[in-house]
Design a protein around this ligand. Structure first.
Ligand SMILES: N[C@@H](CCC[C@H](N)C(=O)O)C(=O)O
Length: 287
């Protein structure tokens, strides 16, 4: 078993999506070969710290700072939306990046975080989540249409209307009439591991409240049910605009809190700004 004795980290959450965060900006703290196992141990809710993933601050040659994210099953994700706000708070407060607007290198390209301060304290984080793709081969998924938007997915004993979008990581959005009535433990894992998704997928059930408001619940790839998913909420905003369910300014209610979105179009592709908070829970050192 990996020895984590002496490991310093902070525990943070972004509207209930929670993460230990580890500073590797001035050198590796957990050897690469041990990272997956360390993340499984740290994220365990009974035998570890508990978390929906682990965030790492790493150096970057092309941006102010670099960002990595691992799921509780040890797999590395390309991007994490709630995590990047926590990351922004962590690097600003710890003076790793002393800028209110910073660029961050992720596995899905460079993102920009703008921090709003109140009395010198970071209170709100606006992230340009970048451009998305709806192309089936870029989700990736097995489909005979170029895009899978408002298509039909058959799972267990039912079929759902589904739209797939990649915002750096893959998401399927299922618009339903009553989001609270969905048995997420039954359908979430079955859709996550559906044979049409070779790299698995993050699953979101969404109810449209109005042109500017929606409510969603999530089953995350590599994590299961979470209280919020920032890239999933971004994908929901984008799929909702594409299907004309939403206008371009949207408030989404997630089990752990709310996120705001502004959708834009650039070079024929939809992108979005996400706005929300980040919270430090505690700083710790493993004894
Ligand atoms: N919680 C996240 C997404 C984390 C990664 C995801 N489980 C994946 O495997 O793609 C968020 O807030 O975006």
């Amino acid at each position: 078993m990996v020895d984590l004795k002496g490991l310093k980290f902070s525990k943070m959450h972004g509207i209930g999506n929670d993460f230990p965060i580890i500073d590797e900006s001035s050198g590796e703290v957990i050897p690469e070969a041990d990272k997956a196992e360390a993340c499984r141990i740290l994220c365990h809710r009974h035998f570890g710290v508990g978390g929906d993933g682990v965030l790492f601050v790493v150096p970057s040659e092309v941006a102010d700072i670099g960002y990595r994210m691992f799921n509780p099953d040890g797999s590395e994700a390309e991007m994490c939306g709630n995590g990047i706000r926590c990351f922004g708070d962590f690097v600003y407060r710890n003076k790793i990046v002393e800028k209110e607007t910073m660029t961050v290198e992720t596995k899905s390209g460079i993102k920009t975080i703008e921090i709003t301060l109140e009395d010198g304290e970071p209170i709100l984080f606006k992230v340009n989540m970048g451009k998305s793709t709806f192309k089936s081969e870029e989700i990736p998924m097995i489909a005979d249409s170029e895009e899978f938007v408002d298509g039909e997915i058959e799972v267990i004993d039912t079929s759902f209307k589904a739209s797939c979008v990649n915002v750096g990581n893959p998401h399927v959005i299922l618009f339903v009439d009553d989001v609270d009535a969905i048995d997420i433990d039954k359908y979430g894992p079955a859709i996550e591991c559906h044979e049409i998704f070779p790299e698995k997928i993050n699953v979101h059930f969404v109810e449209v409240i109005s042109k500017n408001e929606g409510k969603m619940r999530t089953w995350e790839r590599g994590a299961g049910v979470t209280l919020a998913c920032g890239t999933g909420a971004t994908s929901t905003a984008l799929a909702g605009v594409k299907l004309a369910h939403f206008d371009k300014e949207i408030l989404l209610h997630l089990p752990g809190g709310d996120l705001e979105f502004e959708v834009y179009e650039e070079e024929g592709k939809l992108g979005a700004y996400m706005k929300g908070p980040a919270t430090l829970v505690f700083n710790a050192e493993i004894q």
